[in-house]
Design a protein around this ligand. Structure first.
Ligand SMILES: [Ca+2]
Ligand SMILES: [Ca+2]
Ligand SMILES: [Ca+2]
Ligand SMILES: [Ca+2]
Length: 661
């Protein structure tokens, strides 16, 4: 299961030759998932007393046992020998610095044993005003972490490994194994916690974070890579009307967002938050299925963790295990009996509180009548594979129907109607359903064009092995780097976008379905990274295929007409006529009679060749050499040739893309 150096080498050598998902398929990959560990360090319980006992009255977590449970859990994970460990938030009880530091040490131990750990924050983990120590009948505030401190504490468990991090949240994407990406999505809302003096429990995507996440899914899936989502809150409802009744546990606008992400190719999200071991799926109208695997809490019965195996044929098995033994006095009971007993004893007060408050607003007596049935339902849901309600619970539900509280009975029944798949043991395929589309694209760049082809002055000395479109404004995350430049004919990296739109004028960020980096050769042909194959895209086109080609310091072009499949290949040559690019003669420059090229001089890649490209960029770097965006003719030197022959003659030109850039 582990990557031996020799196997890793095979992966690295073959990465340029085969579709990337086949690298995943060369061996099994084992992933463990833990959630809602809510680690509570023993040092925070200075003296047990009324303060701590009052807290426990309305809490379902095994906090006194937390240290012993975590020790056992980490030992079990080490014994599993996973390649990857995913942590879907609520790592600590209430964001205490000491608890985060202790958990980081546990994660370090996992990594010392060969796993790569990836964390996502939960609603308790950041800016938490409830971070306290308990001493008899009083509490003391203790240091807690803000977002920046969360990142620095867990920098080795996702943030430093990331290909790309979001600037508007703690979301990131990493590729721990070639062809397998982890997308950690920060859907928590901790910015106002100190103003409210309460950690906000609900979750959802800020609009710009959702756009960032969509692009990560596009970049991975259009490259044929597997991308696994990780977030704290549920991505889809785990029972009918969960969002209505337990609104804080499912992301806002979940139905719409899960449809968008599923249709872009996201198949799997690992979540937590509700403390239930539950698996559900949803299939969109377009026929795409997304799974939400919620992992129960390590400190709430049944104290589970998940084990995910991705086999060489890309079948994914999702199973689970329970923490079974801890170094703690559980009396005459096994730990599982003890944990269940604690939950059974703890649920009634919590459930009565829930039922007597909005949205239920039951009277105390009605709540007390309903509570045993409701508690049994929640207990069954936490444990997973709910089975059938007891006769007493059936009687309570029947009574609720007769007495005008049918909606509560419906809610309970929806939990018992456990949605597929099985919560503890299921299998699905991660294989891309589509055969890739082959794209054979030809462009020229005005800057390096000379006589009849482009120069290759940057190759090999200055051409980077890491693709240059990782940063703004492109933020491309489908690939980080290659091992070698495949050919002396290579001019530079380019970024190719596929769009699904009715016509060229409708192309926008919303029509984007695929992106890949490729090599531009001196004859204008764009190839895959092996230097000879066509670029491949794994998206089905429903309307028509339009292609945008971007270069880091030339104006982007869009095909004026849809690409047509011929001999299994979509071929498009932008160079043969002004009308091949949307916008016609304004979109490209005629470099020799009848040959058209992308317009040079856009140092800041904002779609406009302006004074800023000179004063803020060219002037600053003039005289320097290297792989520089101010080097418009790509000869490795920033000098007057770039200013006079490229920038000046194009000053005032704009990208002719419908959206302006
Ligand atoms: Ca279930
Ligand atoms: Ca289920
Ligand atoms: Ca510009
Ligand atoms: Ca130059």
């Amino acid at each position: 299961m582990k990557l031996l150096p020799a196997q890793l080498l095979v992966i690295l050598i073959t990465v340029n030759t085969f579709p990337s998902w086949s690298q995943v398929g060369q061996q099994g990959i084992k992933i463990c998932v833990i959630s809602d560990v809510h680690y509570f360090d023993t040092s925070l319980l200075i003296n047990d007393g009324t303060a701590f006992q009052n807290y426990l009255t309305y809490d379902r977590k095994l906090l006194k046992e937390s240290y012993a449970i975590t020790e056992s859990l980490i030992d079990s994970l080490i014994a599993e020998q996973p390649d990857i460990v995913l942590v879907s938030g609520d790592i600590t009880k209430d964001g205490e610095l000491i608890c985060h530091q202790k958990m980081a040490a546990y994660f370090e131990a996992l990594e010392m044993n060969g796993a790569q750990v990836f964390v996502s924050p939960g609603n308790h983990d950041i800016n938490n005003p409830h971070a306290v120590a308990y001493d008899g009948d009083v509490t003391y505030p203790v240091p807690s972490v803000n977002a920046a401190e969360f990142v620095s504490t867990y920098e080795d468990f996702g943030f430093n490994e990331a290909i790309l991090r979001d600037t508007a949240s703690l979301s990131y994407v990493a590729e721990p194994i070639p062809g397998l990406q982890i997308l950690s999505m920060d859907v928590c809302r901790y910015d106002s916690n100190y103003i409210n003096n309460y950690p906000q429990t609900d979750g959802g995507f800020k609009p710009q974070v959702l756009e960032w996440v969509k692009d990560r899914v596009i970049d991975a899936t259009s490259s044929g890579k597997i991308i696994l989502g990780l977030q704290h809150h549920n991505m889809i409802e785990h029972f009918t009307n969960q969002k209505l009744v337990f609104s804080e546990y499912v992301i806002d606008d979940w139905d719409n967002i899960s449809t968008i992400l599923a249709d872009l190719g996201l198949k799997v999200v690992f979540t937590g938050h509700f403390h239930a071991q539950d698996a559900v799926s949803k299939t969109t109208l377009a026929g795409n299925t997304i799974f939400d695997f919620e992992t129960g809490s390590a400190v709430t019965f049944p104290c589970p963790y998940r084990i995910v195996t991705i086999h060489p044929d890309l079948t994914m098995d999702v199973t689970g295990k329970r923490v079974t033994e801890i170094d703690y006095d559980t009396g005459s009971m096994t730990f599982q009996q003890y944990a269940k007993n604690e939950l059974v004893n703890g649920l009634p007060s919590t459930i009565i509180y829930l039922l007597t408050n909005p949205p239920f607003n039951l009277s105390q007596s009605t709540a007390e009548f309903v509570e045993p049935a409701f508690s049994e339902t929640i207990l069954a849901h936490y444990e997973g594979n709910e089975g059938s309600p007891s006769s007493n619970t059936q009687f309570v539900m029947f009574s609720l129907y007769l007495s005008g509280y049918g909606y509560i009975a419906d809610g309970m029944q929806s939990i018992w109607n456990d949605k597929s798949p099985d919560d503890w043991n299921m299998s699905t395929s991660l294989q891309p359903a589509l055969v890739p589309q082959q794209l054979n694209i030809t462009i020229l760049l005005q800057g390096p064009f000379s006589d009849s082809e482009m120069t290759t002055h940057l190759n090999p000395e200055f051409l980077p092995l890491a693709q240059p479109y990782i940063d703004l404004p492109w933020n491309y995350s489908g690939l980080s780097s290659v091992q070698q430049i495949p050919s002396p004919d290579v001019v530079d990296w380019v970024l190719v976008e596929t769009h699904d739109a009715p016509d060229a004028a409708s192309v926008s960020v919303n029509s984007l379905v695929g992106r890949r980096v490729g090599w531009l050769h001196n004859n204008g042909n764009i190839t895959a990274l092996n230097g000879s194959s066509n670029l491949q895209f794994y998206h089905e086109i429903k309307q028509a295929l339009f292609v945008v080609v971007r270069h880091r310091n030339h104006l982007a072009v869009l095909s004026s007409s849809p690409l047509v499949l011929s001999g299994g290949i979509y071929t498009y040559d932008y160079t043969t006529d002004a009308d091949k690019a949307f916008g016609g003669i304004a979109a490209q420059a005629e470099v020799i009679p009848g040959k058209w090229a992308l317009i040079a001089g856009d140092a800041d890649a904002d779609g406009v060749i302006s004074q800023m490209d000179k004063t803020d960029f060219w002037s600053v770097f003039s005289g320097k050499s290297g792989y520089l965006k101010e080097d418009f003719n790509l000869d490795s030197q920033v000098d007057n040739l770039d200013k006079n022959d490229c920038w000046r003659i194009n000053l005032g030109e704009n990208s002719q893309l419908p959206a302006g850039k």
